[in-house]
Design a protein around this ligand. Sequence first.
Ligand code: NAD
Length: 354
Amino acid sequence: MSVFDSAFYDQHELVAFHSDKASGLRAIVAVHNTNLGPAVGGCRMFPYASDSAALDDVLRLSRGMTYKSALAGLPLGGGKSVIIGDSHTEKSRELLLAMGEFIDSLGGRYVTAEDSGTSVADMHIMRERTQHVSGITTKQRFGGDPSPYTAYGVYCGIRAALRYQRGTDALKGLRFAVQGAGAVGRHLIERLIRNGADVVVADIDAENLKRAQALGARLVSPEQILTTRADVFVPCAMGAVLNDKTVGELNVDIVAGAANNQLATPDQGDSLRQRGVLYAPDFVINAGGIIDVFYQQQGKSGEQSEKHVERIGDVLTQIFQRSETEALSTHAVAEQMAEAIFQSADKHHFKASA
Ligand code: NAD
């Protein structure tokens, strides 16, 4: 496994590895860039097939957080952590305490939060060993869960895409193909249906499907969702869903959803543009969660957080306009805009924690 040669290394400021024999913890923290502030990003627990798969994932996700926070206008850098293991069978209080100690040893350069495989309850345990945990606060909106804010940001982004492409953001009568009815998906499905949309959903989890159906969604298979005729495809499941095969088969005018790293390669951004599909870059449209994590950390209200989340629509409109005038993919434009923000910023300085 080589760190510096990884395709995703991209000048990370810090990559730290840690193992703790007693608890079985094996973890990696990646800090991509702290020009704008401390690196904030979730802690993912996943049974990676190899250490290098875990390294690639943490590097890719951590870089994404730098871009996401910069374009969301937050004073935060980009970082992420991964715990190698199965969250259903290998998670224990001891392991989470050991992870808290590991994060604490980095002196605040990295601040963690929940992610797939970790919960708000897990964050409370890590908090016993380090103060560098967010996504849990005294106010405890939605129990600290940022997913409703991510869903709200995606909803605002979808409406911005509709306004840009069609001149109106009315949802009545439009069809949405939603892939994934989990934490984000279910809040979004509920909001879309409430506003008159026709929602078609696929998931691989029976409980989540049942819940979506109870909200009024129609169900299709995971294969069908990728070719369903709809106005908008809304990926809210896993990454790399837009690849050579799926982009050619999509039957929609807009792709706008919460999943991280939707493009298998940046070229897919060009393919979507050439096919006339308006793509809302994932790291822009799914920033609602990190925006709320920041506001919760500052002890600010849910209303303040929502107001900031609503700006996602304006940022997307700027990206759509530049993409058209510069004949570049929306993904490429969004990356350039983020780089212009964080690369020109003065370095943030840290005070080591006591
Ligand atoms: P989640 O695990 O709660 O939900 C994901 C859902 O997708 C699950 O119901 C799962 O069964 C389903 N799924 C998995 N594979 C599928 C497949 N092949 N076809 C159809 N459904 C499938 O996760 P979440 O928190 O809702 O996040 C969804 C996506 O959004 C992830 O990519 C996540 O990284 C991203 N994201 C989440 C947040 C947040 O606030 N939770 C913030 C930013 C980005």
